[in-house]
Write a protein that binds this ligand. Structure first.
Ligand code: TYD
Ligand code: MG
Length: 456
């Protein structure tokens, strides 16, 4: 047993201090220092410095490093594979973060059960094997004998289970429940999380064992525990969405083996998560007919285009101070767009309450949604519906100009695929041949030009 003495550790970045301090010198957060037991003597086996290097760790020219032996393992879940960059890399440690109840355990269990002919060890510190079985019965397409479950929190025991079972894929649910005998602080503390992850990581790299590590996130949205966790693992995925909506988005924040631009979209059903390969169809499912205050934008989320519905409401303010309220959009951006409408297009909105909602519980950050936001608000203000079968894409600048957007071809293609008749695009588009799409493309350089088409 290692000798222990106490040390104060920042719960946000992992900085250490011998006495309590209010503000962390590492990450400038306040009140994050917590007293923890410090291990002074680390077990010999975990030290690599000083011991003789093994055969595997011999330096060699990079051109001679063979990667053929490491084919990616397809998980069979297309959305997950896409986010991982084309499958699971052997020896990769994948951290999946998300709020409680968002569906992390469901996603990983479902993936584990559907892995063909692959032995999975599912270690849960939160649920009993019975609870896992109940969930498995809900989500599994077939009964799988290849998935072994165990309820365990002690890292030393988990390592023994890995030795005995020899799994091809390991799942740890969740990292905050893990604890090791070598440290005395509570599970979930920085020191515990760091030590436990390091121990598992070592085994995962030695045995080329791909590992899914589930982590909870804090109120602020970062993975609970230290940032050091994100540095240690190979891939960080964030599972997000609104618990009151069915959609879930799996976003890649860090990926050593692929792009971080990819997202995966799922729908939470009573029988687990369903992959959504065509998000637009879901988001546009409600037919509004000819209602004012609704417009459709061709937006991008990651590398994928989809059409989203923007809903706006402008009504006379009941009290002196007009309200501005948004769901799924940036409030400052809305204020900016309202100022542009007021100044450049002459709409009097200063005395109006303005509400904006992105349908389906999505959060969009794509600036190309600007034009649709303006259209929805103007449509509500004038009580004129936007011409049906028209969608739009374009960022709006401070002088009311419509600025070019990225990946215009993909956006137009998606709109054409979904049967829209007309799309309004920024006029500065070079080298794109829109003739191949079965849709009328209207170019507009100013918001007024776009409004003429929309409210004709
Ligand atoms: P869970 O995977 O336990 O979340 P996490 O591990 O991220 O905390 O998912 C919890 C929610 O998902 C729960 O509130 C119920 C819902 N759910 C379904 O709607 N359908 C299902 O088939 C399952 C298993 C869960
Ligand atoms: Mg869970």
């Amino acid at each position: 047993m290692a000798k222990t003495k106490s040390v104060f550790v920042c719960q946000s970045c992992g900085c250490e201090s011998s006495k309590w301090i209010g503000k962390c010198y590492g990450c400038n957060e306040w009140n994050t220092f917590v007293e923890e037991a410090k291990i002074t003597g680390i077990a010999k086996s975990s030290r690599s410095i000083g011991s003789s290097p093994s055969e595997r760790a011999k330096p060699m020219p990079i051109s001679q490093v063979s990667v053929d032996a490491l084919p990616r393992l397809k998980t069979g879940n297309e959305e997950l594979d896409r986010v991982l960059g084309g499958g699971l890399v052997p020896g990769a440690m994948v951290l999946i973060g998300g709020e409680p109840g968002i569906g992390k355990s469901t996603l990983v269990l479902q993936t584990a059960l559907n892995l063909p002919n692959v032995k999975v060890l599912y270690v849960s510190g939160e649920e009993s094997p019975q609870q896992i079985k109940l969930r498995a019965d809900r989500v599994a397409r077939q009964t799988a004998d290849n998935c072994h479950v165990v309820s365990e929190v002690l890292v030393e025991h988990i390592l023994t289970h890995i030795e005995n079972i020899k799994p091809d894929v390991l799942v740890i649910d969740s990292v905050q429940t893990l604890e090791t005998e070598r440290i005395e602080s509570a599970p979930g503390s920085v020191a515990q999380i760091r030590e436990c992850t390091a121990a598992i990581l070592r085994v995962c790299k030695e045995k080329n064992l791909p590992t899914f590590l589930i982590g909870h996130i804090t109120k602020e949205g970062s993975i609970a525990g230290p940032k050091v966790l994100e540095h240690m693992v190979d891939v960080v995925l964030q599972f997000e969405g609104d618990r009151h909506h069915m959609y879930r988005i799996l976003r890649s924040i860090k990926n050593r083996f692929g792009s971080t631009n990819e997202i995966g979209i799922f729908e939470m059903l009573s029988a687990g998560l369903r992959e959504v390969s065509n998000p637009s169809e879901l988001l546009l499912a409600n037919q509004h007919g000819q209602m004012s205050g609704v417009s459709i934008s061709a937006a991008m989320e990651g590398m994928r285009p989809f059409l989203i519905e923007v809903q706006g409401l402008a009504s006379t303010a009941a009290y002196g101070n007009p309200q501005r309220s948004v769901t799924g959009f940036d409030l400052r951006r809305l204020n900016m767009l309202l100022a542009v409408l007021e100044k450049r297009a002459g709409f009097k909105l200063a005395a109006k309450d303005v509400f904006l909602n992105i349908a389906g519980g999505l959060k969009v950050s794509d600036p190309a949604v600007d034009l649709a936001v303006m259209a929805a608000i103007i449509s509500s203000n004038l009580d004129l519906p936007v011409a049906s079968q028209v969608c739009m894409t374009g960022e709006v600048g401070l002088s009311g100009e419509i600025r070019p957007v990225t990946r215009i071809e993909q956006r137009v293609g998606e709109a054409a695929k979904l049967g829209f008749k007309t799309i309004i695009v920024p006029s500065f588009v070079k080298g794109v041949d829109f003739k191949k799409f079965d849709i009328e493309v209207v170019k507009a350089s100013k918001i007024e030009e776009a409004f003429k088409v929309l409210f004709a």
